[in-house]
Ligand binder design. Structure first.
Ligand SMILES: Nc1ncnc2c1ncn2[C@@H]1O[C@H](COP(=O)(O)OP(=O)(O)OP(=O)(O)O)[C@@H](O)[C@H]1O
Length: 454
């Protein structure tokens, strides 16, 4: 993105000089000779960097007051003060008030460019860190207050500080990795690394390289493996059932010895790592089949923890939907939409075989594809067909969904639609209709009257 630098100085030749130097290096510039023009320029579009003269003769307010206003409105916008020889102290106090740096007149072109580039880089990094923090903090939060979820959160709090090995089981996409992260975040190792090794995504011949690292024969690591990287923290072994049997034996040795050797290595590497494993498969079955070592299972599964499928905690669906809408719109810039109660009812009734991951993907798709006015709630008829079609709908009611109505109202709508269609089908002949639908003629008459049909 091109930079857009605003230069605020009461002296036209200084403004011209600074703008010239910056433009020669490809920066975009704007200038302002007084504080009101400056505020108007900032209002027009937020610049990426500001050079601000401390002494502004002929302006309504002085440079420092303008700095306070800018920092109040745009705390992340870097401001570099331009100071004369006599007011270095003021420049220093400006830094205390939030300025990024100051440059003293007369200045060399190199120094001006260096300060500008450093300020732009620092502000870019700050923005990136904030985005990452926001995203990390957000994805790390376990959303849901259903009984099943509250239970899970309580268990996490209890087991997190204990350091014991945990085996998390649960269907794919149910949140096992998020649970492992939550355990790490509330453990005494929270300042250490959280390393993920997904056994399902690594070919058996690469597994030991990834887990133990490699050595070049001289005793030092060529590649550091996941175990070594996780020293002082937590190693999350995702889909542990996919570990080759031979590697299982080696992991068992690590658990017993608290040390291992790198591939092609001679040195003994000592590590202090807490292992959390996960499985979407039934490990007892894998053990019976002979594909998973029972002794390793018992070592890894000191505390077994089960993450329920989304279908077992449908109460969480509305909260999750709103959480994902916020999260997705923040990271993609898509507008935040509300979801109507009819659509929520359908989402809640769906079985979600792909669990929370599938729900999240559908929310994302909804936000991208949702038609209509942004301020209008997303209704049931906007849902992807495979979600909505599994449930009864009322085709002639403009998208209103039966699932959003109490039984009495839903039944009335259904009866009206059904009987109207049957009466039409028999050309208005009530006797034939009554015979087909299995009612007495007189009872059908009364029914049609009460429903306002005919
Ligand atoms: N309780 C929750 N609150 C908020 N987001 C959640 C929750 N559970 C899961 N998610 C989100 O759902 C997605 C899938 O979760 P995760 O990767 O933890 O599932 P998993 O069970 O480890 O999946 P897999 O079995 O495929 O490895 C992620 O985007 C995660 O952030």
């Amino acid at each position: 993105m091109p930079s857009d630098i605003l230069i605020i100085d009461d002296e036209a030749d200084i403004r011209g000089l600074v703008a010239g130097i910056l433009e020669d290096e490809g920066h975009g510039t704007r200038t302002a000779g007084d504080t009101d023009t400056a505020l108007a320029e900032i209002e027009k579009r937020r610049p990426t960097l500001i050079f601000l003269d401390i002494w502004l003769t002929g302006s309504r307010i002085d440079g420092l007051t303008l700095l306070d206003i800018i920092k109040g409105q745009h705390p992340d916008l870097p401001v570099v003060m331009i100071s004369g020889h006599g007011n270095i102290e003021t420049a220093v106090s400006a830094i205390r008030r939030g300025a990024y740096d100051y440059i003293e007149k007369p200045f060399k072109a190199d120094r001006l460019l260096m300060i500008a580039e450093r300020a732009l880089e620092a502000s870019k990094l700050r923005r990136e860190v904030r985005d990452l923090r926001e995203r990390a903090g957000d994805t790390g939060r376990l959303v849901g207050s259903s009984i099943a979820m509250s239970h899970l959160k309580q268990t996490i709090e209890r087991v997190a500080p204990t350091n014991s090995r945990i085996m998390i089981s649960g269907p794919s996409g149910s949140g096992k990795e998020l649970v492992a992260r939550a355990i790490h975040e509330s453990s005494l190792r929270m300042d250490g690394p959280f390393v993920v090794l997904n056994a399902a995504a690594i070919t058996p011949d690469r597994m030991e390289h990834e887990l133990f690292g490699t050595e070049n024969g001289t005793g030092s690591a060529r590649n550091v493996g996941a175990l070594e990287e996780a020293h002082g923290g937590t190693l999350y072994l995702d889909e542990i059932a996919d570990m080759p049997r031979e590697t299982q034996g080696k992991i068992l040795r690590v658990l017993i010895d608290q040390s291992f050797q790198r591939v092609n290595g001679t040195t003994k590497v000592n590590v202090d790592v807490r292992i959390i494993s996960s499985t979407a498969r039934d490990l007892e079955h894998e053990i019976a089949e002979g594909s998973f070592r029972e002794d390793l299972f018992h070592r890894l599964s000191v505390v077994p923890l089960r993450v329920p499928a989304l279908a077992e905690r449908r109460d969480d669906v509305p909260e999750l939907v709103n959480h994902f809408i916020d999260q997705i719109s923040r990271s993609t810039g898509l507008p935040v939409r509300t979801v109507g109660s009819d659509a929520l009812a359908v989402l809640q009734a769906h079985d979600w075989p792909g669990n929370i991951r599938q729900l999240r993907n559908n929310v994302e798709r909804l936000l991208i594809l949702a038609r209509g006015d942004e301020s209008q709630a997303i209704s049931a008829d906007m849902l992807p067909p495979e979600i909505g079609e599994m449930l009864p709908t009322t085709p002639n009611r403009g998208g209103e969904h039966l699932m959003s109505l109490p039984l009495r109202d839903a039944r009335e709508i259904f009866e009206r639609e059904y009987l109207t269609a049957q009466v039409n089908r028999f050309g208005g002949n009530i006797s034939r209709t009554a015979e087909f639908v299995g009612m007495e003629r007189s009872a059908l008459h009364r029914k049609l009257k009460s429903l306002g049909v005919g």
